[in-house]
Design a protein around this ligand. Structure first.
Ligand SMILES: [Zn+2]
Length: 405
């Protein structure tokens, strides 16, 4: 009655878990070993099973993964960083190849969905977007990739960008981006009018990079929350970074958190290494959805990262002072369920009827996996081992030779 049965695994809490698969979907999941019948049996040797990872914030067009290593260069301004980035990228391999290399690397760690911001401005036009779309096509059915038209150089301050953002949404970007409406554009309402206008006209979601500090960042979040409420975009607007939330007093966070929760605005943090960032538990307690992503990976912005969302969950926990199993579970939730909800990924997770896709990790439970980020893992997609090293670690009994019962 099943095609394949994965036995002797453990769930996030370390309890026994067995998974039966039929036609690529979960047909039974639970602590009891299902009737094997004539199914192939895979002994997962006590390893942990997790749902596939979701990278809620990546930049597939910027990374040098798949290209040569580029030593980081210090700058004194954002404009200088943008100029260096353009210069470095001009001598790098084609975007479609670098994006492909990074998607492959992320997939090999167990990522099954991602939201990629892609630079769009008046000079690059839709070139980067088209290249990332081409790379995405190759991974259709393996990694779901949602694209954000990202105005890296500003919107109002970069004439022509508004039209290109609109064109990107028309051509299939599912999300329209924004960036630091006050500090970069000097015209918060001007930028937000354009971004929310495109979202309403094209029916796309919104994800705004917000690095603005302290009260300035909080004011911007209030502006975004009230516009989200007014436009009826509950659940369709995200703010990435929202650094200001890490700068202000807890009672200020409480007030803005209530507004974000009511408006249905999600917050993405990658737990940056050198910057205060949002207090995750406080936001969640107020009902705000908080998710995570790798953001920049080995690019002109910073040299760190490899695309592994389990490592990102560890960094979120490490920087947040998460020690208990429950707290480590929060970091994992941000890299799985919360990201999947933001992306609107249907049929996600370890549930009967869903696609039988999961990650097997050599760890006794989810907390231990987040804390130690084991390299030993295997990826199962639609009930089949995926990738080169996945299958060798487990004992497989061919169909028909297992005993019934
Ligand atoms: Zn970013």
């Amino acid at each position: 009655m099943f095609d394949r049965v994965f036995v002797n695994a453990v769930d996030a809490d370390g309890n026994p878990l067995n998974l039966a698969v039929r036609e690529g979907r979960f047909a039974a999941i639970g602590p009891e070993r299902p009737a094997i019948g004539g199914a192939e049996v895979v002994d997962l040797a006590g390893h942990l099973v997790l749902p596939g990872f979701v990278d809620g914030h990546i930049h597939l067009d910027k990374s040098f993964v798949g290209d040569r290593w580029r030593p980081h260069r210090h700058v004194t301004s954002l404009r200088e960083r943008l100029a260096i980035e353009k210069q470095e990228l001009a001598s790098a391999g084609p975007i479609v190849e670098r994006a492909d290399a990074l998607i492959r690397q992320a997939a090999s760690f167990g990522t099954i969905a991602m939201r990629s911001h892609v630079d769009v401005d008046a000079t690059t036009g839709l070139t980067n977007l088209h290249a990332v779309m081409e790379a995405r096509e190759k991974w259709r059915g393996v990694v779901d990739i949602e694209l954000v038209a990202f105005p890296q150089a500003g919107v109002v301050s970069c004439p022509g960008t508004a039209e290109v953002l609109d064109a990107a949404a028309r051509e299939g970007a599912q999300v329209v981006g924004g960036i630091d409406p006050t500090t970069l554009d000097g015209d918060a309402d001007g930028q937000l009018d354009i971004v929310f206008g495109i979202a309403e006209k094209r029916g796309v979601k919104i994800d705004i990079h917000l690095h603005e500090p302290e009260q300035q960042g909080i004011d911007q979040l209030h502006r975004i929350a009230s516009r989200t409420r007014a436009a009826g975009l509950n659940g369709r607007v995200s703010v990435s970074h929202a650094y200001g939330l890490g700068d202000v007093a807890p009672e200020v966070v409480d007030r803005i958190a209530a507004a974000l929760a009511e408006a249905g605005v999600s917050i993405m943090t990658n737990a940056p290494g050198d910057r205060a960032f949002p207090p995750i538990l406080q936001l969640r307690a107020a009902g705000v959805r908080v998710f995570t992503g790798n953001d920049n990976i080995q690019d002109a912005w910073w040299p760190y990262g490899n695309g592994d969302m389990l490592q990102r969950a560890m960094l979120v926990g490490y920087r947040s002072g998460f020690y208990t199993d429950e707290e480590l579970g929060v970091a994992l939730h941000m890299a799985t369920e919360a990201g999947a909800a933001v992306l609107g990924k249907s049929g996600y997770g370890l549930k009967v009827g869903n696609e039988a896709t999961f990650v097997v990790v050599k760890a006794p439970n989810a907390a231990a996996a987040v804390a130690a980020v084991p390299a030993d893992r295997a990826i199962v997609r639609s009930g089949q081992f995926w990738g080169e090293s996945s299958r060798v670690q487990f004992k497989v009994t061919a169909a028909g030779v297992g005993s019934a019962g």
